[in-house]
Design a protein around this ligand. Structure first.
Ligand SMILES: Cc1cc2nc3c(=O)[nH]c(=O)nc-3n(C[C@H](O)[C@H](O)[C@H](O)COP(=O)(O)O)c2cc1C
Length: 302
């Protein structure tokens, strides 16, 4: 019987639901379902300061201690890895899992499918996750990325409301409901149905093609544009904050400045830059944008 390890972290439970619905149609397989946790959990709902405080270590991918991982098997035929991006990087619990020696051994020579539950910016995080998988000798065969489909700025406000109150509700009754829509979470089982057919064949060629045909990945040009620039800036901020802390300076002061920067970048600078790009650059770069989207849709898939 095909042995599957299905593993993820989730704060609100959203990613648990996504992953559970994805695997629900799988038949005649053995599934080891693990919901990971960290020793000192991040508070949910978040306090504003804690939220930004997680940025430097997330971006610099510093692992923390996970609660004991108990794999029922030594080896699996397939790993289904669910993860969420934080600050354009894998969430700290995901980084901690990807850097865990036992998990690295399990990834070696094993087929892996990633399933992402993001707001809408997962490209940089995915680059990093797929690199970790490759380094461990894992074989990525598919990726599904579920996102919040509301407009970028509205979804940023909605998700802040969700993360800071713990309520997945419409802020003031007027903003869009935060997170991935109930419909998309429910319908993720369509990808499980597709996977079922490939599990029976024991051959995963074209699995990602089938996932994509069913809208497993949708990349917005504006988000691609922002992500290409923002991660480099986040790394500079993360290193600066850590350096100042080492020099005995007050970390929280620098985090407050980062917070102001982030809000200005998100709500003022990025719309201006996007508009400039749409008018003056994009008309000439359509072909390369299309190619970049394709590359991301099949990133590191073997
Ligand atoms: C600290 C933090 C940073 C986040 N940064 C991003 C991000 O860069 N890109 C993105 O698409 N979503 C981001 N999100 C949203 C998460 O990826 C995720 O969708 C949300 O936290 C729900 O996941 P859960 O299942 O763990 O509750 C962030 C969330 C948190 C808590």
């Amino acid at each position: 019987m095909t042995k599957i390890l299905c593993i993820n972290y989730s704060q609100s439970g959203q990613l648990n639901d996504i992953v559970d619905n994805f695997i629900s149609p799988l038949k005649e397989v053995y599934i080891d379902r693990i919901k990971i946790d960290v020793k000192e959990n991040f508070p949910f709902p978040w306090k504003v300061n804690n939220f930004y405080d997680a940025m430097p270590e997330t971006v610099l991918e510093e692992p923390i201690t996970l609660k004991e991982l108990k794999f029922k098997e030594k080896k699996y035929d397939l790993i289904i890895l669910g993860y969420q991006p934080w600050f354009l990087s894998p969430s700290i619990p995901t980084t901690s899992l990807l850097k865990n020696d036992d998990f690295k051994k399990i990834m070696k020579n094993t087929n892996i499918i990633t399933i992402i539950g993001a707001r809408n910016m997962w490209l940089n995080a995915h680059k990093s996750v797929t690199n970790h998988i490759s380094q461990a000798g894992g074989k990525l065969i598919g990726n599904i990325a579920l996102i919040d489909k509301s407009l970028n700025h509205l979804s940023a406000i909605s998700i802040a409301h969700w993360m800071l109150t713990g309520h997945k509700t419409k802020k003031w009754g007027i903003f869009p409901k935060p997170g991935i829509s109930e419909k998309d979470i429910k319908e993720v089982d369509k990808f499980g149905i597709i996977l079922n057919q490939y599990l029976r064949k024991k051959n995963y060629i074209d699995l990602q093609k089938q996932f994509i045909k069913n809208k497993a990945v949708k990349i917005n040009s504006n988000i691609l544009f922002i992500e290409k620039k923002a991660k480099k800036i986040f790394i500079i901020w993360a290193k600066l904050i850590k350096k100042k802390e080492l020099q005995g300076k007050n970390r929280s002061t620098y985090l407050k400045v980062f917070r102001i920067y982030l809000n200005i970048a998100l709500f003022i600078l990025s719309p201006i830059l996007i508009l400039f790009d749409i008018i003056f650059i994009r008309p000439f770069t359509q072909k390369s944008i299309k190619q970049e989207k394709k590359d991301f849709s099949y990133l590191n898939i073997k």
